[in-house]
Design a protein. Structure first.
Length: 123
C-alpha cells in the first residue's frame, strides 16, 4: 500500500472542491499568509490571494471576538463578477475559493466547510 503525502491529500481535497462547477479555483494557505497549495487559475496572483485571505480571516476573527458575536464562520467578498470566500481550516490553515457570481452559495459553503474540516485534520 502506497503512503499518501499531506500534499497529495490536500490536492485531492482541492480537486474535489473544484468539481463543484461554481468554484473557479481554491487554495490552502497558512494563517500567516503563505501559500500551502494553490488550485487557483494561472492568471490569478496566488501569493496575493493567500495574503489577502489571511488578512481577511484574521480581521474577521478579531472583530467577532471583540464584538462577542461568536466564532467566525467565513469571510465573503461579494463583487459584481464573483466572490472570494475564506474559511478557517483548523488552527494553522485557511481554505479560500474564487466562486462564480451565480453560484449556489448553500452548496458551495457546505462543501467548503466539509473540505476545511478535512484540511484542519491534515495540516
Amino acid at each position: 500500500m502506497a503512503v499518501v503525502s499531506k500534499e497529495e491529500e490536500l490536492k485531492k481535497i482541492i480537486d474535489e472542491l473544484e468539481h463543484i462547477g461554481d468554484i473557479v479555483g481554491s487554495a490552502v494557505v497558512r494563517r500567516d499568509g503563505l501559500m500551502i497549495l494553490s488550485g487557483l487559475p494561472k492568471e490569478v496572483n496566488a501569493k496575493g490571494v493567500a495574503a489577502m485571505a489571511a488578512a481577511m480571516v484574521g480581521t474577521g476573527e478579531t472583530a467577532s471576538k471583540e464584538l462577542d458575536i461568536g466564532n467566525l464562520n467565513q469571510v465573503i467578498v461579494n463583487s459584481e463578477k464573483g466572490r472570494l470566500i475564506s474559511i478557517g481550516a483548523g488552527p494553522q490553515a485557511i481554505l479560500t475559493a474564487l466562486v462564480r457570481e451565480e453560484a449556489n452559495m448553500g452548496l458551495v459553503l457546505l462543501e467548503m466547510e466539509k473540505a476545511a474540516a478535512k484540511i484542519g485534520r491534515i495540516v
